[in-house]
Ligand binder design. Structure first.
Ligand code: NOJ
Length: 738
């Protein structure tokens, strides 16, 4: 397994090195712009509007819809989503090749955490603090997608999310801008590689542009209101990182931002994206978000919505047809210029050229069967899943469980649910392929252990009639694995929750198990932070496994029985109560910071300010100690850099990996600065007793921020720096920028 992992990793490293030059070459292909202009000169207005349209195929079968074939043949439809499978795709592509201008069709699909081989949900994958792992899973997803005819994925989702009520927190890399930017870039590199015309790569899409993750009250699709400065400092950077890694499409979000729906926001779509960032790809709307401009009360009617979106800088409309059906009328009425339409067409054709579709529009049908779910993909999925788990608690070395345990109870419906372990957005993943936790445990232990499985209740856990049977299994066994949490559908799109505790009566089930006095460990499956205070206080061991994907059950067993030492860290804060939300580690400092002895400081009467588990937190089966912090300089110039070094030592009895984290605080700024900011991290694997120095470099990119004029500056002044094992600890040092 290690070998395959390192082989793929070296491949990825090599291709990342080549990425810049090859992307540049493909971007600068001779004559492409001339070819595009020649094509546009021959296109009718109806054909142009056809290129700006994306429609939805038949999701369950992946086939094109009969009416779409007709449109495609006439050159009136440029893209579909959900049409997939090499044969289906080629059929529709043949129709495109019958059209007058033979402009190839573009096939899109939501490949969020795997196509057929499903990897951990993105939030879980981010817990690995291993962007290389994300690059690898995205590469494998790309390889499978392209073999199945999909050329464009609607991923990565790079929305910063600081509200765990929001179900879509599961789709991103969590609350932190720095971590989010690293994962955004890694995922783009993994999907697109050095040249996304290749048969094992896909075009990526940075979504949702922008601030979708800041939905008020954590309610999906809700309004957002974020200052421009916070956008520049917090919400934009992962998008910018995706852009710098070469992403060539963006998706406009559903929400309104500071009063303007994102799908018709000229400032974000044109001023920031095109003018400031020099983005030359195209922007697709989210599903019917052009239509929703009317619901927002921002557009009067269909034509107005179309005009507002196109004039703001949107290029392609997903599913609703307002641009397509009103374009001609708007041009006649001079509300929309032909130049604007041509520019949108130009951007889309440019990317179709970069995808190589004009040279080779078809998918090689011989690749699909041997690529999907290839054994090395499953192996990588298992390894990445194990890396994503976070050990939240482990009193008295409850975990790992001895492999020679005689009798083991496995309790909880999620323990044997093939659907749920795949997570909320699982591409073309099949439940039948998935390994559940129960199966993973059985695979691991063999015939000498007697395993008693009892669900206790279903995931909603409203009915307790199965509790007694579960408790009998617990009493009769030496050890119990209790699998609790959310069903996959409880997080993801349109799955916001106001109560983020264990669903239903699951807590009663744990309490009853605890009351038997038998040893047990809790395995959590969920797509968001949960308010698990009782578990944190009373359960001996808790392993957070998110939704771990196709090989999830094997990966859970690898960690439960000690073949893999857990190394994940939380990419998001676990609050104690919903009332603390939004709770994130890098909050701006207040004028009245917490003081236990002063009532009139920023705090609650009924709950501490601290989280249940902080950002960056996670335990191991071994112990690490960080010592000997040293800085290369006490003072640097604003354009200078310094190194921060500390020793990390494995002081426990077995090999393990620690994610060493670097945080800074800019003590005085022209705008209020966060109390702590992650600026570096490194996974360090050490044998028992081994010690190694870890060095981070702090450069102007890490030390600066966007000031009140939204200009990036490094301001002179004093900084604090920490090197630690989470956002809540670390050795502290200081330096000055002068
Ligand atoms: C709506 C979602 O918001 C978006 O993320 C997704 O890509 C589209 N639907 C297409 O499925």
């Amino acid at each position: 397994m290690r070998q395959i992992f390192s082989r793929i990793v070296s491949f990825i490293l090599l291709t990342s090195l080549l990425t810049t030059t090859l992307v540049a070459q493909r971007r600068n292909q001779p004559n492409v712009e001339a070819k595009i202009n020649a094509l546009i000169a021959r296109m009718t207005l109806a054909e142009k509007l056809g290129q700006l349209q994306q429609l939805d195929g038949d999701f369950p079968t992946g086939a094109g819809r009969p009416e779409h074939f007709e449109m495609v043949k006439k050159g009136l439809l440029g893209s579909t989503l959900n049409v997939r499978g090499a044969k289906n795709v080629n059929e529709l592509q043949r129709a495109a090749m019958q059209s007058r201008l033979k402009i190839p069709h573009l096939f899109a699909f939501d490949v969020i955490h795997g196509y057929r081989t499903i990897f951990p949900v993105p939030l879980g994958e981010a817990a690995s603090f291993d962007p290389k792992a994300a690059e690898m899973s995205s590469y494998i997803a790309a390889k499978e997608s392209r073999a199945a005819g999909v050329a464009w994925t609607f991923a990565p989702m790079v929305d910063i999310a600081r509200d765990p009520r929001w179900g879509r927190i599961v789709e991103g890399a969590g609350e932190d801008t720095y971590l989010g930017a690293q994962f955004a870039a890694a995922r783009v590199r993994g999907f697109q590689g050095p040249d996304y015309s290749r048969p094992d790569r896909v075009l990526a899409c940075a979504k949702h542009w922008v601030a979708y993750g800041a939905a008020q009250a954590g309610r999906d699709y809700n309004t957002t209101d974020i200052s421009e400065n916070t956008l520049y400092n917090v919400y934009f950077p992962p998008f910018k990182a995706a852009k710098d890694a070469g992403v060539d499409t963006f998706m406009s979000s559903f929400n309104s931002l500071n009063g303007i729906p994102a799908t018709a926001d000229r400032w974000t779509l044109t001023d920031v994206l095109r003018n400031q960032w020099k983005f030359d790809g195209f922007v697709v709307s989210d599903y019917t978000s052009v239509m929703e401009l009317v619901n927002h009360g921002y557009a009067r009617d269909e034509a107005d919505a179309a005009q507002l979106a196109l004039n703001a800088g949107l290029d392609m409309e997903m599913v609703s047809r307002f641009m397509n059906q009103n374009g001609e009328k708007l041009v006649k009425e001079k509300k929309l210029s032909m130049a604007t339409i041509d520019e949108a067409v130009r951007r889309i054709l440019r990317i179709k050229f970069r995808l190589g579709l004009f040279d080779n529009p078809y998918t090689d049908e011989s690749l699909e069967a041997k690529t999907l779910l290839a054994p090395e993909h499953r192996k990588a999925a298992r390894e990445i899943a194990a890396e994503s788990f976070v050990l939240l608690k482990n009193d008295n070395q409850t975990l790992p469980v001895r492999k020679n345990v005689k009798e083991l109870a496995v309790v909880g419906a999620l323990a044997d649910s093939k659907e749920d372990i795949l997570g909320s957005w699982n591409g073309d993943g099949k439940a039948a392929d998935a390994v559940t936790v129960l199966e993973g445990i059985k695979n691991k232990l063999g015939p000498n252990t007697k395993i008693r499985y009892a669900p206790g209740c279903d995931a909603k856990c409203e009915d307790t009639s199965g509790f007694d049977k579960a408790l009998d299994a617990v009493r009769d066994s030496d050890f119990t694995i209790l699998v609790l949490g959310e069903s996959a559908g409880m997080s993801g799109e349109a799955s916001s929750r106001s109560d983020i505790d264990l669903p239903g009566r699951q807590l009663e089930l744990v309490r009853a198990v605890a009351k038997t006095g038998k040893p047990y460990a809790v395995v959590l499956m969920n797509g968001r932070p949960l308010t698990i205070n009782w578990l944190a206080e009373n359960s001996p061991a808790i392993l957070e496994t998110w939704f771990a994907g196709t090989e999830g059950g094997n990966a859970v067993a690898d960690v439960l029985f000690g073949d893999v030492n857990p190394s994940g860290k939380l990419p998001v804060t676990f609050p104690r109560s919903v009332g603390q939300i939004p709770l994130f580690y890098n909050q701006p400092s207040t004028g009245r910071p917490f003081d236990a002895n002063n009532k009139y400081t920023s705090k609650y009467l009924d709950v501490p300010n601290t989280p249940l588990y902080p950002f960056g937190y996670g335990l191991s089966y071994t112990k690490f100690q960080i010592s000997n912090l040293r800085l290369s300089a006490k003072q640097i110039a604003p354009n200078g850099s310094l190194t921060v070094t500390a020793d990390v030592e494995n002081t426990g009895a077995r090999e393990g990996t620690e994610v060493v984290q670097l945080y800074i605080r800019d003590l005085v700024g022209s705008i209020v600065r966060p109390v702590k900011e992650l600026k570096g991290f490194e996974r360090v694997t050490l044998k028992a007793g081994e010690k190694r120095a870890v060095t981070f470099t702090l450069k102007p990119e890490q030390l600066g921020f966007y000031n009140a004029q939204n200009k990036f500056v490094v301001e002179p002044g004093d900084f604090r720096v920490w090197v630690g094992q989470s956002s809540a600890d670390g050795l502290e040092g200081s330096f000055t920028v002068k």
